[in-house]
Design a binder for this molecule. Structure first.
Ligand SMILES: Cc1cc2nc3c(=O)[nH]c(=O)nc-3n(C[C@H](O)[C@H](O)[C@H](O)COP(=O)(O)O)c2cc1C
Length: 219
């Protein structure tokens, strides 16, 4: 059965690209494989300018919108943190640290503050855990958010940028929730950092398929 577009309005949707040729030329799968398997985390301290241009940023953000999204709820959102707002984020990180560890040293406070300065493109990924559509449980919303985030990481990688997801103890602290104006039913998932890779590292080893796949027995 087709899903109704329940929460989001039809006007919220737009065509993005034309279809790929069918049958697929083999290069398509080869390209997809190369893209997926060469993506790796490049931590924010290894990301410098330039970051994506405004038009590249739109391409990256549009990729999120291609994620599977049951009932087309758009249960996630991203808040960009431009250079002019990094100081406010740094203050929230430091306040979050002070809240959970009142004995934090000035060095630790400075480190917490400095985390907001890294990576030319920084955004917070937020998921709407519940809303009036009770049919779509939190787990499905989280899956959709993860798909949207991975789409952006892969698109950034295709454009030649490095990227990383970072979380940490400040994620759902009061200072951060207040700064990003999170509603009660929203949860901060992770920061997405994107920029030019200044230091590469070997591609990590990937798990054998047998580690995560099994077959349902008949009995
Ligand atoms: C939601 C989420 C949050 C993450 N937060 C952090 C983090 O705070 N610090 C970090 O070093 N890596 C973080 N990671 C990245 C993982 O450590 C990384 O993806 C993993 O080591 C696999 O490496 P790869 O991305 O290079 O394949 C996070 C990943 C996810 C999915």
């Amino acid at each position: 059965m087709e899903d109704p577009a329940s929460t989001a309005n039809q006007a919220d949707f737009a065509e993005t690209s034309s279809a790929l040729a069918y049958p697929r030329p083999p290069e398509v799968a080869e390209f997809a494989q190369a893209l997926i398997h060469t993506r790796q985390t490049i931590l924010p301290r290894r990301l410098a300018g330039p970051g994506p241009s405004p038009s590249e940023l739109q391409v990256i953000l549009k990729a999120a919108g291609a994620a599977p999204d049951h009932h087309r709820l758009i249960p996630w959102r991203f808040v960009l943190v431009p250079a002019t707002s990094r100081a406010r984020l740094g203050e929230a990180f430091a306040a979050a640290l002070a809240e959970r560890d009142p004995s934090a040293s000035p060095e630790q406070m400075a480190q917490a503050y400095e985390k907001a300065e890294r990576a030319p493109l920084l955004m917070l990924a937020i998921v709407r855990i519940t809303d009036e559509d009770a049919e779509i449980p939190p787990a499905e919303r989280l899956v959709s958010a993860g798909c949207a985030i991975q789409n952006m990481l892969l698109m950034a990688h295709a454009l030649g940028y490095g990227g990383a997801l970072t979380s940490g103890k400040a994620m759902n602290s009061k200072p951060l929730r207040t700064l990003f104006d999170l509603a009660e039913h929203e949860q901060a998932l992770c920061f997405v950092s994107i920029g030019t890779t200044i230091k590469t590292k070997p591609i990590p080893l990937r798990p054998e398929v047998s580690r995560y796949v099994s077959e349902l027995n008949k009995h």
